[in-house]
Ligand binder design. Structure first.
Ligand code: SF4
Length: 202
């Protein structure tokens, strides 16, 4: 897919968590960006991130915002839920930081506010073996016949398929899902994987 889409560096502005990782290399900031990006478009997640960034994205600064946090991150939607998760993560930032640096998924999942997908995005960006599965990845992997089942099954299968290139595989599958293998009308005529796809629509 690299030949088709070009290098991932050109898409940093389309993945808020990747953008924040490149800019800060900070587990807390990357976790916040990942939470903001859930169930919304990257455009909205970026809007919320930029609004929050003005106040500084550290555990102390985020907790100091109190109720205001919800308003600031409103562009990302689900602000009540996301503000709660961000505050929980801020309160446990030392545990979070240790778990991310060590690549300890089990420990990371013990941090309140961190679900499987968030944990996998953060671990993947910090260079650990993890394959996050979002709605695009799920759909594309199923259509291609690469994986099926629940989150854990799909994640494990894709980790195996993309061993050592998990971040690249994850992001190219998202790009494919967003631009070509769309939920309602996949544009199979433009798809770089059409020759191998059992669900290809003529
Ligand atoms: S051929 Fe069509 S259904 Fe298959 S992955 Fe490509 S766009 Fe999706």
């Amino acid at each position: 897919m690299r030949e088709f889409f070009g290098p991932l560096e050109e898409f940093v502005d389309e993945f808020v968590a990747l953008y924040v990782y490149r800019k800060y290399r900070d587990p807390f900031a990357v976790t916040v960006a990942t939470i903001l990006s859930q169930n919304t478009t990257e455009k909205n997640a970026f809007r919320a991130w930029r609004a929050l960034e003005r106040y500084g994205v550290t555990p102390e600064s985020v907790l100091a915002l109190g109720e205001k946090l919800k308003e600031i991150i409103r562009p990302a939607g689900l602000q009540e839920q996301k503000a709660r998760a961000i505050a929980e993560v801020a309160r446990s930032w030392e545990r979070l930081e240790r778990a991310v640096r060590a690549g300890d998924r089990e420990e990371l999942l013990k941090v309140k506010g961190v679900g499987k997908k968030t944990a996998d995005v953060v671990l993947m960006l910090f260079g650990h073996k993890a394959f996050p599965v979002d709605t695009h990845v799920f759909r594309v992997a199923r259509r291609l016949g690469w994986a099926s089942g629940n989150y854990d099954a799909v994640s494990a299968k894709l980790s195996e398929l993309f061993e050592g290139r998990e971040a690249e595989g994850h992001m190219y599958l998202i790009l494919l899902g967003r631009r070509i293998c769309k939920a309602k009308k996949p544009e199979c005529g433009k798809c770089p994987l059409a020759d191998t796809c059992p669900k290809r629509v003529p």
